[in-house]
Design a protein around this ligand. Structure first.
Ligand SMILES: [Zn+2]
Length: 326
């Protein structure tokens, strides 16, 4: 009996070994193979409702198909839980004429008619493949993301598995290549485009996507210019320009008010001078005191009142305009 136990830390508690409990033989059927024969991590869909259980699949393969056990090595449920169902030392039954070459990974669900796996399923499938590619040297021929293949991509297969949208979600399983060095010409050019067109440094995901895309620099520039982000920047700068104009108008009004205040101050000084002149000729100190204080108070109140009215006149209608224009 072959029993290769696996520990996949990146999957945490989302990895469950059910080889001992599911229907059928998970350890010998259909035959034992050396791990060096494995060339592919084959991705399948179950072509069934996404709430189907691992036991139901194992039961179906054993009883309906008459097989010795479940046809896959791993099954990934809707919530992303990865079930270890068939020992990887055994060839099972999931890719015609090349079962000895594959580790069969089945994602539960039917991914046709626009359906795709759940986020959790994609993340778990990615981590499972990553484990075999990067942390499991015993699979000596599975050492790059090129090893990941949809069932229908493998030679000689007549199937739609894992569904007609496979090309759309394959990238979620196949790892993103290492980030491009910012020193590379292309990376630097794209970073510069980000700064010039979008006014910011690139986010890592965006930089990688553009750098690894087949787009030319001109096409990337066009894509950025027509992006919603760029359009938002343009309308923001237009709004900012309009606000600046309004601020300028207010400043002009304010300087006009200041000019009027200066004029009023000059007139006040003239009045003070007149009052002083009047005191000079007044014979009685008590009269002089009363004449010097009462008119001064009246004049100051008049000036303050005039200033308040001027500020109200200048600012209140414009504030109303601002609210009305937003
Ligand atoms: Zn398949």
């Amino acid at each position: 009996m072959a029993r290769i136990n696996l520990s996949i830390p990146s999957l945490g508690n989302k990895f469950t070994d059910v080889r001992d409990t599911i229907p059928g033989d998970s350890f010998n059927w259909s035959w034992i193979r050396p791990l060096s024969q494995v060339n592919y991590l084959a991705i399948h869909h179950s072509a069934s409702p996404n709430n189907q259980t691992v036991e139901e699949i194992a039961n179906y393969h054993s009883n309906n198909n008459g097989w010795g056990g479940i046809g896959y090595h791993f099954v990934i449920a809707k919530d992303g839980e990865v079930f270890y169902v068939g020992d990887i030392s055994t060839a099972r039954a999931n890719v015609a004429n090349m079962n000895e070459q594959v580790i069969g990974i089945c994602i539960i669900g039917n991914f046709t008619s626009g359906n795709i796996p759940s986020r959790e399923q994609l993340d778990s499938a990615h981590l499972l493949c990553d484990f075999f590619i990067n942390n499991y040297p015993d699979l000596s021929n599975v050492n790059s993301w090129d090893s990941v293949a949809g069932h229908k991509e493998l030679p000689g297969q007549s199937t739609v598995c894992p569904g007609d949208n496979w090309s759309a979600w394959k990238q979620d399983i196949v790892s993103i290549p290492p980030p491009p060095s910012l020193g590379s010409d292309r990376g630097e050019q794209i970073t510069e485009l980000y700064r010039q067109i979008l006014g910011r440094d690139p986010d890592l995901g965006g930089l990688q996507a553009y750098t690894n895309s087949p787009m030319t620099t001109d096409e990337i520039m066009l894509s950025m210019v027509t992006s919603q982000e760029h359009q938002n920047l343009i309308s923001l700068s237009q709004e900012a320009g309009s606000l600046q104009d309004q601020v300028k108008n207010l400043q002009t009004s304010l300087s006009s008010v200041n000019q009027q205040v200066l004029t009023q101050q000059e007139s006040l000084q003239e009045k003070d001078q007149e009052i002083n002149d009047f005191r000079m000729v007044s014979p009685s100190p008590s009269e002089a005191e009363s004449t010097s204080q009462v008119p001064r108070t009246d004049t100051s109140l008049t000036i303050i009142g005039a200033l308040i009215n001027l500020y109200k006149f200048i600012f209140m209608p414009q504030k109303g305009d601002l609210i009305g224009s937003s």
